[in-house]
Design a protein. Structure first.
Length: 156
């Protein structure tokens, strides 16, 4: 069981990146353009919100607080929010805008990654939940209020 959780915690995020890239390539030129515009605004904004959040809330990693060796090596820094969860939930959120079923599958994978990072001892649940909330709130704001106005300029 430990080896499976280690694999999920360390490497499964790469699957999401590759699968999203394949999805992107298979889309029409118009959808690819919209995904690029949305992503170019949403991803940096999500990252900035996460960085600001990490200055506001400090959460020492579980292996520091509880004095144990985690199943995967990690630096002794702020665990909030989880970067792996932030990236995978951001990808899942973008995909959900264009394909609800795939978006849900990607969210399930993101949650698996987040929970595995708790299991291996490098994050608390609050780090995972925080990343998911940051992703969800940011995608709602960006997709509802920012990109529709930008996309009007690019419609043919």
């Amino acid at each position: 069981m430990n080896n499976i959780m280690i694999f999920i915690a360390k490497y499964l995020y790469l699957f999401e990146i590759i699968a999203f890239a394949i999805y992107f390539i298979l889309q029409s030129k118009e959808i690819r353009k919209h995904i690029l515009i949305l992503s170019s605004i949403y991803l940096p904004t999500t990252y900035i919100v996460a960085k600001i959040s990490s200055f506001i809330y400090f959460d020492p990693r579980p292996f520091i607080i509880n004095h144990f060796v985690p199943l995967i090596s990690h630096t002794n820094d702020n665990g909030f929010p989880s970067d792996h969860m932030l990236l995978t939930s951001a990808i899942a959120s973008i995909l959900f805008i264009y394909n609800k079923k795939l978006g849900i599958i990607f969210w399930i994978v993101a949650i698996m990654i987040g929970l595995s990072r708790v299991f291996v001892g490098v994050h608390h649940f609050i780090d995972i939940i925080g990343s998911a909330i940051i992703s969800i709130i940011t995608i709602i704001i960006i997709s509802k209020y920012v990109t529709p106005k930008i996309m009007i300029k690019y419609k043919k």
